[in-house]
Design a protein around this ligand. Structure first.
Ligand code: WT7
Length: 636
């Protein structure tokens, strides 16, 4: 990489191998974004070409109207022509003594087709929703693609989410079938996933459960309802004609936290998502057919969907999925995996980078990381210190870092610098992807000049992969994304600024979302879980800065009666674990007498947060109970 001032530029070599070599593409795309996306869409296999590329009926919009396709034909069938015996998927299990598994494009194709036939036999039809509650094992990829093959809509639920979190997602989607596993390995322990699934399917419409035998742990079994994944596949044919999908038919629903306990089901559709998934992966990670791409995110998040499943397959590349934790059983497990498979592109979150850094650089001295070409970061702002560590210790100053900004809602990456074009600037994500128009606006909707912080918005024609609706909740869709600046401007809920070169820096969320180790939670859903406790009068949860995880939640709880404070704290923590899952556990629960409130009764979470940051508390005289702050201050 070439350093000039505070910017880094790709070397000639990097530029030469890159799909996109020059800035010109931005101008072309900017002038006619719809034409630009159409040009990309033409490289996908369609059964029938679209009639109109973009239709805007605010707050709704469509892409590639009238087009017919199936994403799995683009992921699998198309690759049989040249890549039949090439490895598509490498699976690295957690136990180090267990062998990895690989699937060639043909093997993956056969398994997906068999599973698709099995689903059909169990009564799954086009448009039906299928719940998937699986860990990082190849069967999760097979299941997702099998759904897409027959036009069923997958709704993947993160395997570390609690039974309650699974239940509400199954209730909203009305899934009649769930694909899960007996268990999986996590830091040396077997997690009994089936037990969680049993609990989660109560009071839902799930009638059939498909179980992958992964950990071979003891599980309950209900004859007639439960089916073994591998038994089902064995008897099926390796050919299943794909459902011909309309461009705007649903491909999947993926939930993200809502403001209360009710999550939002982001709806992604077939045509637009396919185009965006393919070309963002190809240009940003510079995916080539001889690459080994490793994205560390779990499949339960959008990063997993797009970059650990669809995008690498659409690009005919080899990708890796890993069951375990990157620092277990030794801190360099992730580095071993990079060397073992000759990973060329590594994509992870700042939290992981900061954790690796904390272990000290010593354990890394033996790794040269010669195969690495591009590094990626996602999910939360990457601070300058973490950026520099990643750049020097892992990328050896050779690899560009693509700091990719996007959301569950956007389906694919929308802001980052391209590896062959640059420039790269620590703590800045970069430029909007070609064809994407974003801006930074003040509260009134005025575009802000460079270096002024405001709200990040996306302007028409948005991007083909942006969500089309919140599943079964049009009000939420309108209110969350299309109310701040009217129905024609997508409000991201992120604060950002751009520098004089147009590079964008993401500052953080302006709503009640907190990013804990890159995972998205809302303070509202934690509060809803705590309020379920009968002794709780009211509570407030805020995100406070954390050295490794970026942010962590802390809770302030007012109790009706003050009995057994320690016990109550434990109960509150277990409530959160039961309602959401272990990722949401607060760092601390403070039992307090009163919460700071305005005269109209609004809890001032901002003030609570500032007790943990270095910011001044601000004017407390507008509070109805300013004395509450001093009392809380003594406790924190
Ligand atoms: C929120 C979306 C998109 C995959 C994972 C997150 C934050 C995301 C970055 C980045 C700074 C980032 C934003 C965004 N975010 N990427 N590169 N730099 N912040 O998806 O869970 O839906 O969260 O994550 O605040 O709005 P998500």
């Amino acid at each position: 990489m070439i350093k000039k001032g505070n910017l880094y530029w790709p070397s000639k070599g990097l530029q030469k191998r890159a799909w996109v070599k020059s800035k010109k593409i931005y101008q072309e795309a900017q002038k006619r974004p719809i034409k630009f996306w159409e040009k990309l869409a033409r490289e996908i296999f369609w059964h029938k070409k679209w009639k109109k590329a973009f239709l805007h009926q605010p707050p709704y919009f469509k892409w590639f109207i009238g087009g017919k396709l199936n994403i799995t034909e683009n992921c699998l069938d198309k690759n049989l022509e040249h890549n039949k015996n090439k490895v598509a998927l490498i699976w690295e299990p957690e136990p180090t003594e267990e062998s990895s598994r690989t699937f060639t494009y043909y093997e993956l194709y056969s398994q997906v087709n068999r599973m698709a036939n099995a689903l059909k036999k169990l009564g799954v039809k086009k448009g039906d929703r299928v719940g998937i509650y699986l860990p990082m094992i190849p069967e999760v990829i097979i299941s997702m693609l099998a759904c897409a093959r027959i036009g069923a809509v997958h709704a993947v639920v993160f395997s570390a989410f609690s039974p309650q979190a699974l239940k509400i997602r199954l209730q909203i989607t009305k899934a009649k079938i769930l694909i899960t596993a007996d268990g999986y390995f996590r830091r040396g322990k077997v997690i009994n996933l089936k037990e969680n699934a049993e609990e989660g399917i109560k009071d839902t419409q799930v009638k059939k459960v498909i179980v992958v035998e992964r950990a071979h742990n003891q599980i309950t079994w209900k004859k007639g309802r439960d089916f073994k994944f591998h038994d089902l596949l064995e008897t099926e044919r390796r050919l299943c004609p794909s459902a011909i999908m309309d461009s705007e038919d649903l491909l999947f629903i993926l939930f993200t936290s809502g403001t209360t306990g009710i999550p939002k089901g982001c709806v992604h559709t077939c045509g637009g998502y396919t185009v965006q998934a393919k070309f963002t992966g190809r240009w940003i990670f510079d995916l080539k057919e001889d690459d080994v791409f490793w994205s560390m995110a779990d499949i339960g998040w959008i990063t997993g969907h797009t970059y650990s499943c669809y995008s690498p397959l659409l690009n005919g590349t080899t990708f890796l999925i890993f069951e375990g934790a990157p620092d277990w059983p030794t801190p360099d497990r992730w580095a071993q995996i990079i060397e073992k498979y000759g990973v060329t592109t590594f994509y992870t979150a700042p939290t992981a980078i900061r954790m690796f850094e904390k272990y000290g650089a010593e354990f890394l001295t033996k790794y040269k990381f010669n195969t690495l070409q591009i590094l990626g970061s996602v999910g939360e702002p990457i601070d300058e210190a973490a950026w520099r560590w990643y750049f020097t210790k892992v990328g050896k100053k050779r690899c560009p870092i693509v700091d990719t900004w996007w959301q569950t809602e956007t389906g694919g990456i929308l802001i980052t610098s391209l590896p062959g074009v640059g420039p790269f600037k620590p703590a800045f994500t970069g430029l909007p992807f070609p064809g994407v128009k974003v801006d930074i606006w003040d509260e009134k909707g005025k575009s802000l000049p460079p270096n002024k912080e405001g709200n990040l918005v996306i302007l028409p024609p948005f991007a083909p992969g942006l969500l089309r609706e919140v599943y079964k909740n049009p009000q939420k869709y309108l209110k969350t994304y299309w109310s701040q600046y009217g129905k024609k401007v997508y409000f991201t809920s992120d604060a950002a600024l751009k520098d004089e070169n147009g590079l964008i820096r993401i500052v953080g969320r302006v709503d009640d979302v907190i990013k804990v180790a890159g995972h998205r939670l809302t303070t509202g859903e934690l509060e809803a879980a705590i309020n379920l406790h009968e002794d709780v009068t009211e509570c407030a949860v805020v995100g406070i800065p954390d050295e490794i995880k970026g942010e962590v939640p802390v809770a302030f709880v007012v109790l009706k009666k003050k009995r057994h404070p320690q016990k109550i704290k434990e109960v509150i923590i277990s409530k959160i674990r039961a309602e959401i899952g272990p990722i949401a556990l607060p760092k601390e629960v403070y039992l307090v007498e009163d919460l700071p409130k305005t005269r109209s009764g609004k809890i001032m979470r901002r003030i609570l947060r500032r007790l943990f940051t270095k910011e001044p508390l601000g004017d407390l005289s507008t509070l109805a109970n300013p004395e509450s702050v001093d009392i809380i201050k003594m406790k924190t």
